[in-house]
Write a protein of this length. Structure first.
Length: 300
């Protein structure tokens, strides 16, 4: 039983799935606060929140499952992935496909119950991540840009899911949802590239090309550094557009500057240890920024 849960966790990439669901669930609460502020609902609908969490978990798990089916032969080549259930031979690709389809269909159905946009975005996310980003990883560094799109959809999905059906949507909702998407979209570039820098030797065994120049060099380090600089003004957009207070502005500025400092150290030292600093900073950045925005959100 312990091995079963361990394999299931590896199959669905539990930590990544948890982060995705966390992001969507927090922005669902932000969207719910907007509805409460407008007087459209008396309180947060926790039943819908649970549907989002369950549906988001299943959809993300399905996308990761399809990713591993496609990359099963490549996963056998890399140290960090060779013990996953399919490359290790403890699960067949047919079994993985059945699990992925069940999770994907059930998750999409659950998210579709919240509203049409949420259901359609979930399908788009699975298709883009599993069937465009995954094969592109061996062909071009542009894969990072493509992968950043489904990676930034959870806050967009979470916010729109809170608003119910289309009659509740207002232009400001699309503005807020778009900014939440943009913050997570930009964040993913230093996040992805830092991971690619740390794991480059392992990635090369499978032919993955995720660093901007396909290698650990000064140009790739500059890309990481510049992407953290772009994140500074983007992270302030909630306050600039009036739905975030000064607390989130202050924290976002400090966190973005810290992110930039770690990226600058990578630019100067060009070593794996500095890349780990960028990577670990990225792990904390998004969940903390979204949590503080939840508590410092200003409804319109």
């Amino acid at each position: 039983m312990k091995l079963f849960f361990s394999d299931l966790s590896k199959l669905i990439k539990f930590r990544l799935t948890f982060l995705v669901v966390f992001s969507a669930s927090i922005t669902f609460l932000i969207g719910s606060r907007m509805q409460v502020a407008r007087g459209e609902v008396p309180a947060i609908d926790w039943g819908n929140w649970m549907i989002l969490v369950a549906g988001g978990f299943l959809v993300t798990a399905a996308a990761n499952c399809f990713n591993e089916i496609i990359e099963v032969d490549l996963d056998k080549l890399m140290t960090r992935t060779k013990d996953r259930p399919m490359p290790a031979g403890r699960m067949t690709t047919g079994q993985g496909l059945v699990l992925g389809l069940i999770m994907g269909m059930l998750g999409t159905w659950l998210l579709g119950k919240l509203n049409l946009e949420t259901g359609l975005l979930s399908v788009f996310s699975i298709l883009l991540y599993a069937f465009v980003y995954t094969p592109l990883k061996r062909k071009s560094p542009i894969a990072v840009f493509v992968g950043a799109i489904p990676g930034a959809l959870p806050p967009l999905i979470g916010y729109l899911a809170a608003l119910g059906h289309i009659k509740h949507f207002m232009p400001v909702d699309y503005e807020i949802a778009g900014i939440l998407f943009l913050v997570q979209f930009v964040w993913q570039f230093p996040h992805f590239w830092a991971i690619a820098w740390v794991l480059d030797d392992d990635y090369k065994k499978a032919g993955f090309r995720l660093l901007p120049t396909k290698k650990r060099d000064k140009v790739s380090a500059w890309f990481v550094f510049l992407s953290t600089l772009v994140l500074i003004p983007v992270s302030l957009m909630p306050t600039i557009y009036g739905f975030g207070g000064y607390y989130i502005a202050g924290f976002s500025l400090i966190a973005s500057l810290a992110f930039t400092w770690f990226a600058f150290k990578l630019l100067v030292k060009m070593d794996i240890e500095s890349a780990r600093g960028v990577m670990f900073c990225s792990f904390f950045y998004i969940p903390l920024v979204q949590l503080i925005l939840l508590f410092d959100f200003i409804g319109k």
